[in-house]
Design a protein around this ligand. Structure first.
Ligand code: NAP
Length: 391
């Protein structure tokens, strides 16, 4: 029986993880849950699952939350900015399932890996901002980072049984998002509501907007370089319209190996929790005939500024990917709040990258300081952008 600490349990990946673990209750037990703000959802989950501990970033009233959590049987309750980190440091568990959104997921990942505990990682910002530090921490402590992102899970599955030297390229697939092929003029008119409608995946708001700008694919390029220790020149992106092929490996002899399934995050979650084994599951079932025809399109990163900046950021290295990722978090929130337009997301990121100096990513504090610096710079860029619009 594996004991799971599930952080970010109220989000899209969190809910999918709960459904995977509920089906596999003979194999997995949840010992801790955590959420950012949605305390009612978190307490409802606790009333069904009875975890030993709960963590929350910002409840409406700390005392009320603590007493409601205690009534539901939680022995330990962590509250505030350090709550997630304390929970990962203090609790007893076999796997941290990190489904938190944004750079808030970095420190809990490091805490678990430092204890030699495997991390099933959905939180892509962790690998983007601090990938080299995270992977070194895993190696030094004999722990493993298990990807939950469907593309990296697909690459991991394709790599099983293969020799590294036989691989020519890693191909990440993208659906292209809801605005593929639209002109700049059309993109300028896109609203948050338009951008939140992803053609094939149901996800949290930030990643849905990132999919529309192709920034998400950029994050995944950086993630792939860090997770599998490949140079960015060996990673490429192709559009696979139906989101059935989740990624592919190209071998030196010109042949390809791909992983296929209907688009459902419960599959990569289950694989991360069971790797290198598989468990019988009936959560996701489909027949090859239901995949239909498969269509591919070339992706030229020059045409997609957010993707292009990600390729450049991983090539630059140091703190640049952390700055890129933090700037995007701020820019996406501003777009969702209707402070800036869709095309300004890329402008805010570009302006932030040009104003925050690149430093060597020697330690976590340097990376988190770069992250904080980037957030301030991005907010300033947003003020500049909004002024341009109103003038
Ligand atoms: N959704 C997908 O299909 C998918 C696929 C691959 C990778 N990912 C990655 O998985 C991560 C989660 O994505 P998601 O779509 O599940 O996001 P989501 O639906 O927005 O959920 C995010 C979770 O993190 C919590 N959270 C947000 N900000 C926090 C903070 N500052 N401190 C602590 N907790 C915080 C939220 O809590 P509250 O809601 O209670 O505030 C929620 O539980 C992201 O890194 C995303 O890129 C997602």
């Amino acid at each position: 029986m594996k004991r799971i600490l599930l952080q970010g349990s109220t989000g899209s990946i969190g809910l999918s993880s709960l459904s995977v673990i509920a089906e596999q209750r003979e194999h997995f037990r949840i010992v801790g849950l955590s959420a950012g703000h949605r305390e009612d959802e978190l307490l409802e989950q606790a009333s069904r699952i009875h975890p030993c501990s709960l963590a929350i970033l910002r409840p409406r009233n700390v005392d009320v939350f603590r007493s409601r959590a205690a009534e539901l049987g939680a022995k330990r309750v962590y509250v505030g900015e350090l709550a997630f980190q304390q929970q990962t440091e203090d609790e007893q568990y076999d796997v941290l399932l990190n489904a938190v959104m944004g750079s808030a997921g970095v420190r809990p990942t490091i805490s678990a890996l430092s204890r030699g505990i495997n991390v099933a990682l959905a939180n892509k910002e962790t690998l983007v901002a601090a990938g080299e530090i995270v992977m070194k921490c895993a190696r030094d402590n004999g722990a493993t980072v298990l990807p939950i992102d469907s593309e990296h899970s697909a690459l991991q599955q394709c790599m099983v049984g293969e020799r590294r030297d036989d691989v020519r390229k890693l191909w990440l697939t993208t659906s292209g998002g809801p605005f593929w092929g639209r002109s700049k003029e059309e993109l300028a008119r896109v609203t948050p509501l338009d951008a939140l409608a992803h053609p094939t995946w149901a996800m949290g708001p930030k990643i849905t907007i990132d999919s529309a700008t192709l920034f998400n694919k950029g994050l995944e390029v950086i993630e792939a370089c860090r997770l599998f220790d490949w140079h960015v020149s060996k990673v490429d992106v192709v559009r696979q319209r139906e989101s059935v092929i989740h990624s592919m490996i190209e071998f030196v002899d010109g042949s390809f190996k791909a992983q296929l399934s209907v688009p459902d995050m419960r599959l990569p979650i289950l694989y991360a929790l069971t790797f290198p084994d598989r468990l019988e599951s009936s959560l996701v079932e489909s027949r090859p005939g239901s995949f239909g025809a498969l269509h591919f399109d070339e992706v030229n990163s020059i045409d997609h500024p957010c993707l292009h900046m990600a390729f450049q950021a991983v090539a630059d290295g140091g703190t640049t990917p952390a700055v890129l990722s933090a700037a995007d978090e701020i820019a996406v929130q501003a777009f969702l709040n209707e402070e800036i337009g869709f095309l300004s997301i890329a402008e805010v990121i570009a302006e932030t990258l040009s104003s925050v100096p690149r430093l060597p990513a020697t330690d976590l504090d340097t990376v988190m300081q770069a992250d904080a610096h980037a957030r301030r710079a991005a907010r300033e860029a947003i003020v500049g952008t909004s002024k341009k619009v109103t003038c």
